[in-house]
Each structure stands twice: as C-alpha cells, then as structure tokens.
Write a protein that binds this ligand. Structure first.
Ligand code: ADP
Ligand code: TRP
Length: 333
C-alpha cells in the first residue's frame, strides 16, 4: 500500500457490541496499525452525536468506552493519531467556511436526512419535524473532518459512502473557486465481514435490543449467550449450522479447525444447543478475556484514557491549524 493518509471517525452513540467489533472496530484497528500504510487518524465523533443525543453524561461515557475499547484491543497510538473530534476546534471553523461552497440541494439528497423526512411523511407529520440543523448539515461537518487532515482514504461502512463522496465534491467545489488547496478523498468500503447475528437471530443492532456488549463480564456474557433463541431440535437430531445463530456467532471468534469441528457436530447430530452455547461462550470469552482486563483497568483510570486522547488532539491540531489557515486565507485573505 502506498503512503496514503487514512482517516475515520466513530460516533459515540451507544455501548459498542460484538457486531460493531467484528464489522467496524477490528477492521479499523487492523488498517490503522498496518505498518506499511501511511499516517492514520482515528477519532471519536462526539460533535456528530449531538444531533441525536442531548445527554452530555451519556456522550462522555460512550466516548470513554470507545476510547478504552480501541486501546484495549490494541490500537497503536504511536502510529495512529487518536483523538476526540471536539478537542480540535478547527473542525468547527472549517465547517462554517465549507458551508459556503456546499450546495443546499446536496444536503437534501443525503440518505440520513432523507430517511428522517420519509419517516415523517409516512407517519403524516410535517416533513421536517424533529430534524435539527445538526442532522441536516451533518455531511458538511463530516467533510470538514476529512478535509482538515488531507485524508486520501476514508474507511467506512457502505452506509457512509455517500458522505465521503460529498466530502470529495465539496473539496472540488472549493478548489474550483479558491485554487487547489484541498485534497480529494476517496471512500474505502470495508470488506464484507458478514453480518453478526444478535440474540434473536436478526442482525445484531442497538435498534433491536438484541446485542451483546463487547466487554460484559464473563458471567453476564454467559447469561446472554445462554439466552440465544434456538429452534426446538433435540440433542441427537442433525442441525443445519448455517441456520444457527450459535454457529454464525462462533465463526467470528473461533479458529478454523474449531469452526470445522463444530460444523461437523451440528451436522452429524448428538450435540444439544445447551452444549453448543457453552462452546460458543468459551470461545468468545477466550477471545475477549485479555482485552477485557485491559479495558477494565482503563475504565477504572479514566485520566489515562483522557491523557491519550489529549495527546492525540495535540498531534491532530499540528495538522489542522495550518490547513485551516490555508483555507481561511484563500477565502478571506
Ligand atoms: P447499530 O445497528 O447497533 O446502531 P451502528 O449502525 O452504529 O450499529 O454500526 C456501526 C458499524 O458497525 C456499521 O457501519 C457496521 O460496519 C458495523 N456493524 C454494526 N452491526 C453489525 C452487525 N450486526 N454485523 C456486522 N457489522 C455490524
Ligand atoms: N458519520 C460516521 C458514522 O456515522 C462517523 C464519522 C464522522 C466519520 N466523521 C467521519 C467517518 C469522518 C469517517 C470520516 O459512522
């Protein structure tokens, strides 16, 4: 890989679960830690959470949790600039400046805004009911995040692709008027890791309430795993592993050999769901036990986490301040 600048953000809107771990957190850590890649920036997008959450204690808690999760799972903060979005005030100033090269019609087309409007229309309320300007202008703040650090590649889930394309368009509009100052970023859609199912077999998601938080303690984790919904097949009956939530989850946490072994046990019959759940619990617990210990230590000493984020913000500002100065002087002299 060439030395491209990689940047991504994570919104602190909830306690991350195993779906987030497999689908987003581990891929980001692996990409950021890749020694052959260029400089990486990973930040917690607390300003972006404000359009949906007004409880500052909840935002602070989720910010610490996410920071501790990344640190305990091995994000290398010497390589990666790891910080909290709101600690870099330049991003807010750049947002105000970029507003002026951002067409309003582009915001009207944003998926997240359109989804909220569609929901309102379907329920017969005013199209813009409950929609604040934070949600409406979300893509401009995100463009500022991306453009402030001269990002080349922005790893995101498929749902965020449009936002990165908007950032690229906004940079293009800016450069057309003011000269070639902003780098045009590209989305990097994370490889499909497969959907992690939740306790009820649907996609694991906060919105379904079927999630397993990453760092539940062992006893709680076991309780949740034992609650996974299964059909009523008897232990001796053969079972289709590809239809089983237990097996689907197991695939993300066990070795290849152990996965093949459990598949065989499902297919040949003789293993009950109770035993399969115990096998699954043991695998997840083993995968998470060392990072969990680290996570608990970090959560018990928040000043350590805060200091790491503060050091990250200092490094981020070393890039952000001169970039903002260039943009501002191009626009205002
Ligand atoms: P939730 O559905 O719980 O609100 P988010 O939408 O905040 O989760 O998820 C953030 C990212 O985590 C997604 O872009 C996706 O990459 C990943 N992710 C979330 N849930 C899952 C899942 N069940 N399986 C795989 N990846 C997931
Ligand atoms: N909007 C992203 C999400 O909901 C989070 C985010 C904010 C982000 N700023 C970013 C992602 C900049 C990549 C780059 O997941």
């Amino acid at each position: 890989m060439s030395k491209e600048i990689i940047l991504t953000g994570i919104k602190p809107t909830g306690t991350p679960h195993l779906g987030n771990l497999v689908g987003a957190i581990m891929p980001v850590i692996n990409m950021a830690n890749d020694a052959s890649a260029g400089q990486s920036f990973v930040f917690i997008a607390d300003l972006h959470s404000l359009n949906a959450i007004s409880d500052r204690a909840a935002i602070a808690r989720h910010t610490r949790e996410i920071a501790a999760i990344f640190l305990s799972l091995g994000l290398n903060t010497e390589r990666t600039v790891f910080f909290r979005q709101s600690d870099v005030p330049e991003v807010s100033e750049l947002t105000v400046l970029l507003m002026n090269v951002t067409p309003k019609g582009m915001m009207n087309r944003a998926h997240a805004y359109k989804a909220s409007v569609d929901k309102n229309v379907a329920s017969g309320t005013d199209a813009d009911a409950g929609i604040n300007m934070g949600l409406y202008t979300y893509p401009v703040l995100m463009a500022a995040d991306i453009l402030l650090y001269g990002s080349d590649l922005v790893p995101v889930g498929a749902d965020q692709k449009q936002h990165v394309e908007f950032a690229r368009d906004i940079a293009g509009y800016f450069n057309n008027v003011y000269g070639p100052i902003l780098k045009l970023p590209q989305p990097f859609i994370r490889a499909e890791t497969g959907i992690v199912p939740g306790l009820d077999g649907r996609k694991m998601s906060k919105s379904y309430g079927n999630q397993i938080p990453i760092f539940d303690d062992s006893a709680e984790l076991k309780k949740k795993v034992m609650r996974i919904i299964t059909d009523s097949k008897l232990p001796e009956e053969p079972k289709d592993p590809d239809e089983s939530t237990i097996f689907q989850l197991y695939q993300h946490f066990a070795t290849r050999a152990d996965i093949a072994d459990l598949r065989k046990k499902f297919e040949s019959g003789g293993m009950g769901y109770g035993d399969a759940k115990k096998t699954l619990f043991t695998a997840i617990d083993a995968y998470l036990s060392a990072p969990r210990k680290k996570y608990n230590e970090l959560m018990a000493t928040p000043e350590k986490t805060d200091a790491i984020l503060a050091a990250g913000a200092t490094r981020a500002r070393a890039v952000a301040v001169p970039m903002l100065a260039r943009v501002k002087s191009a626009m205002l002299g």
